[in-house]
Ligand binder design. Structure first.
Ligand code: HEC
Length: 478
């Protein structure tokens, strides 16, 4: 389980760092060609009004803004673009306006969330941030062993146990397909670990090692550790052979035990379409027993099409990177890593379609539209979306006693925007958001120890990537 102040449901902005950062973006080009003359290159206004001051003469919701762009206004002073622009291009321009608007807001928030020598003062708590572990490569998952040591998974396929100073690398771990953003992902312990010793990892393994087409698929694997060796290995979820080479990106997986079941996620594998196809494993969340058996009350058990994956819990999910259960309501929250814009916070309910790629608040990384639709009958809307994207990742409802004022809050990590934020919720309504920490690297994973201290795993990309584990503890007055 996992847990921010006041950026309203609108968001912080800026660009997600993507490999194609230098390429011209379609929506920026459109804006520069058609709109910048009157509204200013930065959107702050000129002949036409400012598009970034949050003052809207014709309504602030997406539909009203889209209508003005399509139909024009002000007795012809704002031209009508309905004949020139497709609906999805208009959506991409609205995303761009949000990006432009949020730039100054983000700068101000970042300044506020910059720690002074590892000391942070935020709305409800003061805390310290201390680096306790660092290693080459991309660390992914973090769990705590009963003796307080950390067990960490690395994308390259390493499992490491450490107390911060003395580390052991586990040998004989499953071989993974380490490429781009895929490899070994989350690691968790069975709830009865002390008696049964089971450890679970989500790992992307080669589809066909002999093929040049280097494509691969996520498997859920459990094993035990004995004398520094990975033993008793069992593959408890495997896609059918025809799907074992389903993707080369976004196969990432988060694991969570809840109510005696193991929940896990698989991203859309790159192309989004299979997310809507119940006979494909990509773009879904799953629910299985701890040994891989399918629960008889799963939503698609007994489906008329025998090829449907009955382990599926929800579908139409682009790339779920965070899973957490809300204390008290026991609702399962999930964060979904969007394209450019349209990072989502959802509550997962069995059998539900979350819409990817039919509906999205985002556009493609290059600025090209994905879909003009943001709502569809039969598709669940997110509780909240971050547009522009923060590149949302892991989540955790805070339950510890170290930060009483954060209890029940949802802590949310961001890769692209490299920050940690805190959401205050009233049930499923997000009341406020606070940026707690920024600029500490791509925040991949969040966890809480038995004492209520919070741990972050951060990744630093580049030629020789490095990762860090940080501890957040209450600032104590001497
Ligand atoms: C020739 C100048 C001109 C160009 C080009 C232009 N606009 Fe406008 N725009 C205006 C003016 C003037 C208004 C105010 C009209 C009104 O309030 O009735 C306006 C209003 C708007 C509004 C409504 C603002 C509000 O407060 O509700 C939006 C949104 C908008 N423009 C977006 C765009 C986009 C997107 C483009 C490019 C596709 C664009 N405009 C191109 C002049 C222009």
């Amino acid at each position: 389980m996992r847990p921010l102040t006041v950026f309203f449901v609108t968001t912080l902005s800026c660009f997600i760092a993507t490999a194609d950062a230098q390429r011209p973006r379609a929506h920026e080009q459109l804006y520069a060609q058609l709109c910048a003359n009157c509204h200013g290159a930065d959107g702050a206004g000129g002949q036409g009004p400012s598009l970034i001051d949050d003052v809207w003469t014709h309504g602030s919701d997406d539909n009203s803004i889209a209508r003005v762009i399509a139909q024009g206004s002000g007795a012809g002073t704002m031209p009508a673009y309905g004949e020139v622009l497709a609906d999805d291009q208009i959506v991409s321009l609205i995303v761009l306006m949000r990006e432009l608007r949020n730039r100054p807001q983000l700068d101000a928030a970042k300044e506020a969330a910059a720690g002074n020598n590892g000391r942070y003062t935020t709305d409800l708590a003061d805390f310290t941030l201390t680096e306790i572990f660092t290693i080459d490569g991309i660390l992914w998952g973090l769990a705590f062993l009963p003796d307080g040591r950390m067990i960490l998974s690395a994308k390259s396929g390493r499992i490491i146990i450490t107390d911060g100073s003395i580390s052991t690398e586990i040998s004989g771990v499953p071989a993974v397909h380490d490429e781009g953003d895929i490899g070994m992902h989350d690691i968790i312990l069975h709830p009865d670990y002390t008696t049964n010793g089971w450890i679970y990892v989500a790992a992307v393994v080669d589809g066909d090692p002999d093929s040049d087409e280097r494509r691969a698929m996520t498997e859920i694997i459990r094993g035990r550790i004995r004398d520094g060796q990975w033993v008793d290995e069992e593959r408890i979820f495997q896609a059918r052979p025809e799907h074992r080479a389903a993707g080369r990106a976004r196969l990432g997986s988060r694991l969570l035990f809840h109510d005696g079941y193991l929940y896990f996620t698989i991203g859309d594998g790159g192309p989004g379409e299979p997310s809507q196809d119940l006979t494909a494993p990509t773009g879904k969340t799953f629910r299985i027993h701890d040994d891989g058996r399918i629960p008889v009350d799963n939503p698609f058990v007994g489906h008329e099409d025998p090829d449907v994956y009955t382990a599926i819990w929800t579908y139409g999910n682009r790339n779920v990177q965070g899973l957490a259960v809300q204390p008290g309501t026991w609702r399962m929250f999930a964060t979904e890593h969007g394209p450019r814009g349209g990072d989502e916070l959802n509550v997962l309910t069995p059998g539900t379609n979350y819409g990817w790629p039919l509906v999205t608040f985002g556009i493609d990384y290059n600025g090209q539209p994905v879909s003009a639709l943001q709502h569809l009958p039969g598709v669940q809307d997110p509780l909240l979306h971050w547009t522009p994207s923060i590149a949302v990742c892991d989540i955790h409802f805070y339950t510890g006693t170290e930060f009483p004022s954060w209890q029940g809050d949802l802590l949310v990590t961001a890769l692209g925007q490299e920050h940690l934020r805190r959401l205050r919720l009233d049930g499923t309504r997000v009341i406020s958001q606070e940026l707690l920490i920024s600029d500490i690297g791509r925040v991949r994973t969040i966890s809480e120890d038995a004492d209520g201290n919070i741990y972050l795993v951060t990744n630093h990309r580049g030629e020789s990537p490095r990762s860090h584990v940080y501890r957040i503890a209450r600032k104590r007055t001497k």
